[in-house]
Design a protein around this ligand. Sequence first.
Ligand code: TRP
Length: 450
Amino acid sequence: MSRAASRHTWSNRWAFILVTMGSAVGLGNIWRFPYLAGDSGGSVFVLMYLVCVAVIGLPLLMAEILIGRRGRGNPVAAMLNTAEEAGRSPWWAALGWTGVVGALLILSYYSVVAGWIADYLFQAVTGARAETAAVAAEGFTALTSDPLRMMFWHTVFMILSVGVVARGVVSGIEAANKIMMPSLFLILFLLMLYGAWVGDMPSAVHFLFDFKVEAITPRVVIEGVGQAFFSLSLGMGAIMAYGSYLDRNTGIGGTCLWVAGANTLVGLLSGLAIFSLTYGYGLSPSEGPGLILKTLPLVFSHMPGGRVFGALFFLFVLFAAWTSSISLVEPFVSWLTERLGIHRVKAALVTGVPVWLLGLAVCLSFNHWSDVTIFGRDLFKALEDLTTKLMMPLSGLAIAIYVGWMMGRAVVSDEIRLTHRRFALWFGVLRYVVPIGIVMVFFHVLGLLK
Ligand code: TRP
């Protein structure tokens, strides 16, 4: 049997859509999206995000899956195999490495934030209350100034994430997504209804959708692109790794429409639910990274059935984070198993331990080590900026150039299998619009980094 034939694949097309949605829908949609929207003036940011998802995100999502499936291997091998096929330099494998390493860097702080959510879930279940806004805000400060408490939940979350990946692609990753993703949609639906009932939905709609084109600024554009990359899990090997387990008969285009559509919808719907509750209780939308943690406990303490809904809400966020974090573990695990031939369980451990250690340092960056800075940022912010503002857009740019200009039109169209017209549109956008868009944004980022 050839290597390609022996490679296992997802059970069916829907399984792939579900796991890719699982990777995409995460803290990015529920924690990052509302806080960025709150900080960057709401609707303008939302508009930029929507434009970037359609014009840059969707074409790149297709390109990344294409590389993974054509290359039939972990991100490094997929880059090597496709580069060899196209007669290009093996140095392109560096792009695979950026992805693998970038995914691990993201995981180190992602797991810490997911740990906050686990802590809040625990508090909601045990009936902790925050009667006033001050108490709710203090609750968040109390958490971030207690490194041991954060380390505990970070450790729990790392074990959960690594554990699923250790169980395998179909029996671990796919199985976990099949349980968590439908539950997540159900919980979100309930929360929406509830937010509309007890909250202030008109203000939320106004805040998120009242588009004012004249309010667009470079900063909002940059945040919008960054968020499009982050929420679609782009440029970090995760999607490439998942794409490598996709069978050759599944159409990539339609699949990606489902993923990008559902991902955007979850962001918008949770934004609506969160802001209608935030406004309903007279709170401010611009609270920074602590937004949902500072405002929602207060809301849940006062609304009817708040304890149950609070617990459901944090469970929803935790599920979303969990299905994303496993996609950050997979790229390096697949490299270790395929390249070094070590067992998946061992590979998951080898991956998890260094990330866990880095995460411990991230926990300290909120308190004891808050004055240790890298380029003027604490470790948490430094890792977040390095991955979302530098690594993701640069890898995205490289992927667009690689698929658009290096792999060769014949190979690309054979793999993507779109109708003639759709192919021309997608390929044109990938070759010109995506690179130019990213470069323009990037110059602004460099200006901001000064
Ligand atoms: N997309 C996820 C979220 O929105 C985070 C994530 C998972 C990610 N895998 C990724 C981000 C790979 C960038 C790259 O929460």
